[in-house]
Design a protein around this ligand. Structure first.
Ligand SMILES: Nc1ncnc2c1ncn2[C@@H]1O[C@H](COP(=O)(O)OP(=O)(O)OP(=O)(O)O)[C@@H](O)[C@H]1O
Length: 745
C-alpha cells in the first residue's frame, strides 16, 4: 500500500471512529429518553399519550441506530464544486446548532449519484469512494474517478469498478438475505426510487434482484413518504413463511421496522391457514369466478317458504302466525333492494316480517265480529308490534329465512357441500370435512365472504362492552379494598374525605386504567381486515390467484403497489397468468412495467444449464445476463439409488463454505431425509442450517451457495408448471450446481 493510500485509509478511519462515537451518544440519549418517559409519565390520559408517543419515537430511533452498527458508512461523494458527503445506512447529524450532516442517508436525493453517476454522466461528481468496513474498522477503500481531469488522485482508483459488487456477490450465504445498500445498481436504483403512486410492475429473470429491490423500495418509500406510510403502514407479501423469514432481516438492517410481512394466507385476522389443498382444489378456489359463486351462495341463504307451505310461528298468547311465500318474497325483495351486504340488509328484512306479522295479528285480534272496521287503534297496533318484535319465536323464524352469518360459517357451509354451485367433479375436489383446518386458498374466500356479508360488528361491540364491564368490576374491587381499609389507613374523618372512592367512581377509575393502543400501524393493520395500507409490495407476484388479488386490492384502495415477479417461474396451479390479466380488472392498462435484465446470483455456467431447459420448449428464450462466471462447471450424475447418490454428493459438496440445498420432488423427501440426517426439512425448514432439503416450490425466491437438484426429470414431469419448477430449482445456486438423475427404468 502506498503512503497516499495508507493516509487516506487513516483519514477515513478517523472519520468513521468519530461517527460511531456520535452514534453511541445518540443511542445513549434515546435510551435515556425512553427511561425518562416511562418513569416520569403522569397519570392523566394526555400524559400517557405523550409518554407512548415519546417511547415509540425513541424506540424507532434506537432501531435505526442499531441498524447503523454494521456498515454505518460505506461511501463518499466528492463533487467538483467542493461538496463532500459521506453516505451511510442511516443519516447521522452533528450535535451543533445547524445539525450538520455527518453522514447522509443512502435514500436522500443527494446520495443518488452514488448509485447512478457514470464517467459519461458524472452528475457533478469528481470522485466516488467505496468504504469497506468490518465492525468499526475501515478495511479497504476503492475510488472511482469520474472527473478525469482530477489532479488529486488517491491511488485507490483504477481497479475494476465492479470489484465491490463482485465481492458482495461472492460472499458465502448465511440462510438470511442481506441488504444491498452498498451496491445497488443504476437500473435497480430507478425502481427503488420510482414515485409511489399507482402500480409498478417489476419483472425480471432469476437473480435479477427483484426481492432485494422490492425491500429497498419499501425502505425508500418509508423514508420519502414517512408521514403517510408510518401511519398507514407498508405490507410486503411473500409466498410462504420460510421465505418471509429468509427476507426478514433486510428491512431492520435498514432501520425500518414499520412494515408488515405476510403471506396471502395470513391476511384474514383470526384465521390460521395450516391446512393444505390439492393442486386441483387450490386452482378452483383461486378462480375469479368464485366471487360470483359465493355471491350466489349468499343469496341462496336468503330463503322463502315453499308455495302453499307457510312457515309457522307459534305465539304464546295468540296461537300460530304464518309467514307465507309472498310475504317473505316481498320482504326479501325490499331487503335486497337496499344494496347492502347480507348481514347489514337483514334488519330491513326483519322489519318487514315483523310488520307483516303485526298486521296479521292485528287483523285477528281486532276483527269486528259484525264485519265492521278493525277495532284496534294505532296505539294498540304499536303495542302488538312491540310484542311481535320481542318474540323469540319470531326471531327464530327470521333467522331461518335470513340467518346472520359469519364468513367462517358461510365458507364452511359452502365447502361442506359445494354441489349445485360447481360442476360435480370440481365440487368433489373442494369438499371439506367439518372442522378441517383452513388452507391458504380458503383465505381469499373468507375475505370475499366477509365483503358479501358485511362486517357485523355486534360481536366486537359486545366483546368491547364485556371488556369494559370487566374493567369496571376490577376498578370497583380496587375501590372496595381501599374503602375497606379506610379505618386502618385514615385515622381522622378529614383524611377519609380524600379517599379514592369518594373522588372517582368505578367507571372513571376503569377509564383511567384502560390500556391505550400501544401498537404500531403495522401491528394494528395485521389485526384489522379492513385496514387500508399506504403501499403494498408483492413478491413472487406471478404466483397469486385471481381471488388472492381481490383480497390484496381491497387492502390498498389507492392502488399504490409494487409487484415483482417472473412469469417464467410460475408454479402455482391457481396463478393468474399475465400482468394484464392480473391488473386489468383493477387499473386497466394504467400501470408501469419495468424489466431488470442482469442476474446477480447465478454464474453464467449455471445459467446456461437452466436456460437450456427452457429453450427445449421455447427456442427463443433469453435468460437474464449473468454478471459473473466462476469457471466451475455444473456436474451431473445418473443413478439407480437416488438417496445414496445424493448423500455422497452432499458429503463431497458440503465441504465448501456456505449453505447447500438439495431440491427434489416431494415424493422423494422421505428417502432423502433418511439419507441426509443432518438436513433441515419439512414444511418450514430452518434455512440457516448448512444443508436443507426442499421441494421446488419451497425453493422459490431462495438461494444457496451449492444446489443439488435430485431427479430433475421428476421435477419437470410434475404438473403443468414442471418446466418452470425445474428452472427455479436450477437457478438457486450462487456458486455450484449438480444434478442427480434417475436412470430410466
Ligand atoms: N445490486 C446488488 N448488489 C449486491 N447484491 C445484489 C444486487 N442485486 C441483487 N443482489 C443479490 O443477488 C441475489 C439475487 O437477488 P434476489 O433474490 O433479489 O433476486 P430475484 O430477482 O428476486 O430472484 P428470483 O426471481 O430468482 O427469486 C441476492 O443475493 C441479492 O442480494
Amino acid at each position: 500500500m502506498s503512503i497516499r493510500e495508507t493516509e487516506a485509509l487513516r483519514d477515513e478511519q478517523r472519520f468513521v471512529s468519530g461517527l460511531y462515537h456520535r452514534l453511541d451518544r445518540l443511542r445513549e440519549r434515546a435510551e435515556a429518553a425512553v427511561r425518562d418517559a416511562l418513569r416520569d409519565a403522569g397519570s392523566g390520559r394526555q400524559a400517557r399519550i405523550e409518554r407512548d408517543i415519546a417511547v415509540a419515537e425513541q424506540s424507532g430511533l434506537l432501531a435505526a441506530y442499531d441498524a447503523g452498527e454494521q456498515g454505518l458508512c460505506f461511501g463518499r461523494l466528492v463533487f467538483r464544486d467542493g461538496r463532500d458527503h459521506h453516505i451511510g445506512r442511516i443519516g447521522v447529524r452533528e450535535d451543533d446548532a445547524e445539525r450538520t450532516p455527518l453522514v447522509v442517508d443512502w435514500r436522500a436525493e443527494i446520495a443518488r449519484p452514488f448509485y447512478l453517476a457514470t464517467g459519461h454522466t458524472p452528475m457533478g461528481l469528481s470522485r466516488r469512494r467505496h468504504l469497506t468496513t468490518s465492525g468499526r474498522e475501515v478495511t479497504a477503500l476503492h475510488d472511482e474517478i469520474l472527473d478525469l481531469s482530477d489532479p488529486t488522485r488517491s491511488g485507490h482508483e483504477g481497479r475494476d469498478a465492479d470489484e465491490v459488487l463482485l465481492a458482495a456477490l461472492d460472499t458465502a450465504r448465511t440462510g438470511r438475505m442481506g441488504d444491498i445498500v452498498r451496491t445497488v445498481q443504476a437500473e435497480q436504483d430507478r425502481v427503488i426510487r420510482a414515485p409511489h403512486q399507482g402500480v409498478l410492475v417489476v419483472e425480471g429473470g432469476p437473480g435479477t434482484g427483484k426481492t432485494a429491490v422490492a425491500l429497498h423500495r419499501a425502505a425508500y418509500l418509508l423514508y420519502a413518504q414517512r408521514e403517510l406510510l408510518a401511519r398507514r403502514a407498508v405490507l410486503v407479501v411473500g409466498p410462504n413463511a420460510a421465505f418471509l423469514r429468509y427476507i426478514g432481516d433486510v428491512l431492520p438492517s435498514l432501520g425500518e421496522t414499520g412494515v408488515l410481512l405476510a403471506t396471502p394466507g395470513e391476511l384474514f385476522p383470526g384465521v390460521r391457514a395450516t391446512g393444505a389443498d390439492t393442486p386441483e382444489a387450490a386452482e378452483i378456489k383461486g378462480r375469479a369466478a368464485m366471487a360470483g359463486v359465493l355471491a350466489a351462495y349468499v343469496r341462496d341463504q336468503q330463503t322463502v317458504p315453499p308455495t302453499g307451505a307457510p312457515l309457522e310461528v307459534p305465539h304464546e298468547d295468540y296461537g300460530t302466525l304464518l309467514i307465507d311465500r309472498d310475504t317473505a318474497e316481498d320482504a326479501r325483495w325490499d331487503a335486497r333492494g337496499t344494496g347492502l351486504p347480507h348481514n347489514l340488509a337483514r334488519p330491513r328484512f326483519a322489519t318487514r316480517i315483523v310488520d307483516a306479522l303485526t298486521a296479521q295479528l292485528a287483523d285477528r285480534l281486532g276483527a269486528d265480529p259484525y264485519g265492521g272496521p278493525n277495532l284496534l287503534d294505532a296505539s294498540d297496533i304499536a303495542q302488538i308490534g312491540k310484542e311481535v318484535a320481542a318474540s323469540d319465536e319470531v326471531h327464530a323464524a327470521i333467522d331461518e329465512l335470513w340467518p346472520v352469518l359469519s364468513p367462517q360459517r358461510l365458507v364452511e357451509r359452502f365447502l361442506e357441500d359445494p354441489h349445485g354451485y360447481l360442476p360435480d367433479g370440481e365440487a368433489e375436489f373442494l369438499r371439506r370435512e367439518p372442522g378441517a383446518p383452513w388452507t391458504p386458498a380458503d383465505v381469499p374466500l373468507l375475505d370475499e365472504a366477509a365483503e358479501l356479508l358485511g362486517e357485523d360488528d355486534s360481536a366486537a361491540r359486545a366483546a368491547a362492552a364485556r371488556e369494559r364491564a370487566r374493567r369496571v368490576a376490577y376498578a370497583q374491587g380496587v375501590l372496595d379494598v381501599s374503602y375497606a381499609s379506610r379505618t386502618y389507613e385514615f385515622e381522622d374523618e378529614e383524611s377519609e374525605v380524600l379517599a379514592a372512592h369518594d373522588v372517582i367512581d368505578a367507571e372513571r377509575f376503569a377509564e383511567r386504567h384502560e390500556e391505550d393502543d400501544h401498537r404500531t400501524a403495522a401491528e394494528r393493520a395485521a389485526a384489522d381486515r379492513t385496514w387500508a395500507f399506504g403501499h403494498i409490495i408483492v413478491d413472487e407476484a406471478q404466483e397469486l390467484s385471481a381471488m388472492a388479488w381481490r383480497l390484496l386490492m381491497r387492502r390498498v384502495p389507492t392502488r399504490s403497489m409494487t409487484l415483482v415477479g417472473d412469469p417464467a417461474q410460475t408454479g402455482d396451479p391457481a396463478a393468474c397468468g399475465s400482468w394484464r390479466e392480473i391488473l386489468g380488472p383493477y387499473v386497466g392498462d394504467r400501470y408501469e412495467h419495468v424489466t431488470l435484465g442482469v442476474n446477480y446470483r447465478t454464474p453464467a455456467e449455471i445459467m446456461e444449464v437452466a436456460a437450456a431447459v427452457r429453450r427445449a420448449e421455447e427456442p427463443d428464450f433469453r435468460p437474464p445476463r449473468s454478471v459473473r462466471s466462476t469457471g466451475v462447471a455444473p456436474w451431473e450424475t445418473v443413478t439407480d439409488d437416488l438417496p445414496g447418490a445424493v448423500a455422497r454428493a452432499v458429503a463431497r459438496e458440503a465441504r465448501a463454505e456456505g449453505r447447500l440445498a438439495v431440491i427434489a420432488p416431494a415424493s422423494h423427501h422421505p428417502g432423502l431425509a433418511a439419507a441426509l440426517p443432518e438436513a433441515a426439512h419439512g414444511p418450514n425448514p430452518d434455512l440457516t442450517r448448512p444443508v436443507v432439503l426442499l421441494d421446488p416450490r419451497q425453493a422459490k425466491g431462495l438461494e444457496f451457495d451449492t444446489v443439488i437438484v435430485a431427479d430433475p426429470d421428476g421435477v419437470r414431469a410434475a404438473g403443468p408448471h414442471g418446466v418452470n419448477d425445474l428452472y427455479v430449482a436450477l437457478t438457486r445456486a450462487t456458486q455450484r450446481l449438480g444434478t442427480v438423475r434417475l436412470r430410466p427404468a
